[in-house]
Design a protein around this ligand. Structure first.
Ligand code: NAD
Length: 492
């Protein structure tokens, strides 16, 4: 206990009192990183910033631990517990890193510039400008796919950012309070308490599970009059939910949802959304299609990713990207095809892997290794160049200098032997409600599929260990204890 506390105290002290940093050196290359998500932050964490002039640009000045975002929608975890200020990362680097809170609106690969726009509510005199780069890393993620379906953007909540989770949390309680308003008609009560989730991927499933928990464990106790009216429906276009998980876990999830009284409508594709209804086309077992109109109070849209406009625009400027549809096609070193000085990671890149946090994080760490290596080899090449000039100027020392050149050349060969990026899949985890989780994990070259209460404890410990900082971990544990002891907060 004493050892643990001392370690924690030291960690906190370190965090609050970083060493002095080197100032940026204009003679070095400008390395511009767009984004503060999984790819960008894992790059920053491992990057030796003294080798470059590092500039980070992102509309949010924090890293968000997205796996616990569904828990924020119901208050199981508070939003600040899964946010880590970007400055707490950059302040600990040896050389200072510039951060601009702005959105990158246009990348010009010819002029090597990025247009940035300060998108915050408070605007200064300078709010749109340009940043030059020598090397650029695009880690801007993706936006929510709506497939151009009418009414989605205007009427539904997404689940990507912290504001989305806050909006959902508020809307759940709005629906509950409005449903209990004096003289509300039974049809209106039914509509308001119908929570519809579209998309049966991990995001939709985890959210539906958290929402049903919130209702069963808390709302029901505080607002008993709506006990039998609260309903969660999950709509999925494919024949089953969680298509990327094994068959056994899909069945386990579907049977758990049945027990939890979550309705799953598979083979049902939403075609239109209005402010109060969802219109979906259901395909029956005989292949017959029928249109179903479902009134809803809250609609959460979780149908995956789409390209951000800045990425689409960049792709349109690079002929080699003409055939890529889902994002910036990159080579095995994550260099954007058709460019020499632009790299891409995460959901905006197409490297042949699913768009997950795990992939983005490993890609970011790879780029840090690559950039550290590039800087080291450049330094050695310069040393070899200097030694070679010495050789010509001072022929008397030739033997000694030649040995030094050879040693450096050996070092250079060793460093330059960096293998291409290879993703190691550690498994997929998803919370499915009522303290159960499913896990498809790969260990010791084998795959294991498990679901249930023990998997839930594994899910909790795995997510806790993946949290960004000790501070995040402490806050998340406290939130879990708090919501267990006192229940989730049902105030709006
Ligand atoms: P997804 O792409 O995994 O799933 C979206 C689902 O929506 C698909 O199954 C699709 O068939 C369905 N859909 C699309 N249009 C529809 C419509 N009109 N009507 C009904 N259904 C429709 O999206 P996601 O869950 O947001 O995940 C995005 C990525 O992030 C995935 O790669 C996922 O694996 C990853 N992720 C993983 C976890 C985890 O492992 N716990 C959690 C969240 C996200």
């Amino acid at each position: 206990v004493i050892g643990g506390s001392a370690y924690l105290a030291y960690g906190v002290w370190e965090l609050r009192h970083p060493n002095e940093q080197f100032e940026p050196d204009p003679s070095k290359k400008n390395l511009v990183i767009l984004g503060t998500g999984w790819g960008a932050v894992s790059l920053l964490k491992k990057l030796d910033t003294e080798n470059y002039n590092v500039i980070v640009i992102s509309p949010r000045n924090y890293f968000l631990f997205t796996p616990l975002l569904p828990s924020c929608t119901t208050g199981t975890v508070e939003h600040r517990s899964i946010m880590e200020p970007i400055r707490s990362i950059t302040r600990h680097k040896r050389a200072a890193v510039k951060f601009y809170e702005a959105e990158a609106t246009k990348i010009d690969p010819e002029r090597k510039t990025v247009m940035i726009d300060d998108c915050s509510d408070v605007q200064g005199a300078s709010n749109k400008t340009e940043v030059s780069y020598d090397m650029l890393v695009v880690s801007v993620g993706a936006e929510n796919a709506t497939f151009g379906i009418s009414g989605v953007r205007e009427n539904s909540c997404f689940l990507k950012e912290i504001e989305d989770a806050q909006r959902i949390r508020k809307k759940i309680m709005d629906c509950v309070e409005t449903a209990t308003f004096k003289d509300q008609s039974p049809e209106e009560v039914e509509r308001l308490l119908h929570m519809v989730v579209v998309g049966g991927g991990p995001t939709g499933v985890e959210f539906a599970g958290e929402l049903q928990d919130f209702f069963d464990q808390d709302i029901k106790k505080w607002v008993p009059e709506i006990s039998d009216k609260f309903k969660v429906t999950l709509i999925e276009a494919l024949p089953n939910v969680l298509p990327s998980f094994s068959k056994q876990l899909i069945e386990y999830t579907e049977s758990t949802f049945k027990e939890e009284k979550i309705t799953i409508k598979t083979k049902t594709a939403v075609k239109k959304v209005t402010d109060k209804t969802v219109e979906a086309e259901a395909t029956g077992p005989d292949g017959k299609k029928t249109i179903e109109v479902m009134p809803y109070g809250l609609l959460v849209w979780a149908t995956g990713n789409a390209l951000r406009p800045v990425v689409k625009d960049l792709m349109s400027q690079i002929p080699a990207q003409k055939d890529s549809r889902r994002g910036l096609a990159v080579n095995e070193y994550l260099v954007v095809q058709g460019t020499k000085d632009i790299w891409a990671t995460g959901d905006c890149a197409v490297a042949g892997y699913a768009p997950t946090a795990q992939v983005a994080s490993q890609e970011g760490a790879f780029l840090a290794r690559l950039f550290n290596t590039m800087a080291k080899s450049e330094a050695i090449e310069n040393t070899i160049h200097d030694l070679s000039s010495k050789l010509n100027l001072q022929p008397g020392n030739a033997g000694e200098v030649a040995v030094q050149i050879e040693t450096n050349e050996k070092k250079l060969r060793r460093i330059k032997d960096l293998k291409p990026f290879h993703y190691t899949h550690q498994g997929s985890l998803a919370y499915i409600g009522s303290e159960r989780a499913v896990a498809d994990v790969s260990w010791f070259n084998g795959n294991f599929a498990t679901g249930g209460g023990l998997t839930y404890l594994f899910w909790r410990s795995a997510y806790l260990s993946m949290c960004f900082s000790t501070r995040n971990r402490v806050l998340v544990v406290l939130d879990w204890l708090k919501s267990k002891a006192f229940g989730r907060d049902v105030s709006r």
